[in-house]
Design a protein. Structure first.
Length: 355
């Protein structure tokens, strides 16, 4: 065997050193893993437990809220077909209100549970949460100032829905717009005006709400007649019109009380006004007022009672000609001191000057 082959077969000192270093490193790594595996296992189990509890708790709470909302909707639909249900319960209004409240509650629940779980997981990794919470607080303040109108609209919408200030089907006066509510949202409320237009009203801009569909409404009619009419005959005619109206459909349901004559509202030289009111179903006062005016006008005409603004009744011997038609209009030249008369006065000739 040659010398070169023997040298190649003999182990080198460098290779032996590399094997010893690798074995030492492997031993150190195994020792480090053996020392920290319990900590890793504890941290991993803690993270899995936190995530599992958060997911299960979020699912249970959201499911309970969903079941509660469905139960509310079913209770509203159960009485929808009845007369009382049609009067007091609006299924669409109850549905939108419950859905909005449920959406808010589900969002708040998810935010609280998942946010708390995320902070607990970060704490399990031994991460200092103080800088993170401080940064989140500063970011929240900046976002609140930048989007304060959006936050105002959202909070106003939440309180409007929770307090049930108005709902779908109600006729409201929001100050900036008025009409029938067709949709209630957390940020915007949709109203349909009298001419069919749709108003989008931000909830934060609403400073006052006049709900015309809650409780009861009042229909008011002013009957203006000539001052020479007999008040007893006027009262009898209005009472007859009101009694006839309360006995006919659908006015018998829309009128919640008798037609009342409050008395004389105004007495002038050429007219007197009688005030008539009636308590009506919410939101039906305008239709009742129109029908009541129609019937009062017909009854007064049948009784021969003259109303102010109507064509006067002619008696025998009366002429329709205007007695002042043949009279000439007064002239401005009739007065000697008027500007027209002074302008038309001839200028006197100048007198001769004496030297």
């Amino acid at each position: 065997m040659s010398l070169s082959a023997l040298l190649a077969a003999a182990p080198s000192p460098g290779a032996a050193g590399s094997l010893d270093e690798a074995a030492e490193r492997a031993g150190n790594a195994a020792g480090w893993v053996e020392e920290n595996w319990s900590t890793w296992l504890n941290t991993g189990l803690r993270i899995i437990l936190i995530a599992a509890i958060a997911i299960v708790l979020r699912y249970l709470i959201r499911r309970a809220l969903t079941n509660l909302i469905d139960r509310m909707n079913r209770s509203a639909q159960a009485v929808e077909g009845t007369a009382l249900g049609g009067l007091l319960v609006n299924a669409e209004r109850r549905r939108q209100r419950s859905e909005a409240i449920g959406s808010v509650l589900r969002s708040v629940t998810s935010f609280l549970i998942l946010g708390t779980a995320a902070l607990m997981i970060l704490g399990a990794f031994q991460i200092n949460l103080a800088p993170l919470l401080a940064s989140a607080g500063v970011a929240g303040v900046a976002l609140g100032f930048g989007a304060r109108n959006l936050v105002t609209d959202f909070l106003s919408g939440v309180f409007m829905i929770l307090e049930d200030q108005y709902g779908v089907g109600d006729t409201v006066d929001a100050g900036v717009a008025s009409g029938e509510v067709i949709e209630v949202g957390l940020r915007v409320t949709k109203l349909r005006g009298d001419n069919g237009e749709i108003w989008y009203v931000r909830n934060g801009e609403v400073k006052r709400i006049g709900n015309l569909s809650q409780g009861w409404s009042t229909a008011g009619v002013d009957v203006t007649v000539r001052p020479t009419e007999d008040l007893d005959r006027v009262r009898a005619a209005i009472t007859e019109a009101g009694e006839t109206m309360t006995k006919e459909e659908p006015w018998s349901e829309r009128l919640w009380g008798p037609v009342e004559i409050l008395g004389l509202d105004a007495v002038l030289l050429d007219s007197m006004t009688v005030r008539v009111t009636a308590k009506t179903m919410p939101g039906k006062s305008l239709g009742v007022e129109r029908e009541l005016r129609w019937r009062i006008k017909q009854t007064l005409d049948a009784a021969g009672i003259r109303m102010v603004g109507a064509v006067p009744l002619l008696t025998e011997g009366e002429s329709t000609a205007d007695p002042t038609a043949a009279m000439a209009a007064p002239s401005a030249y009739a007065s000697t001191t008027s500007p027209q008369s002074l302008a038309a006065t001839p200028i006197p000739p100048p007198t001769s000057l004496t030297k």
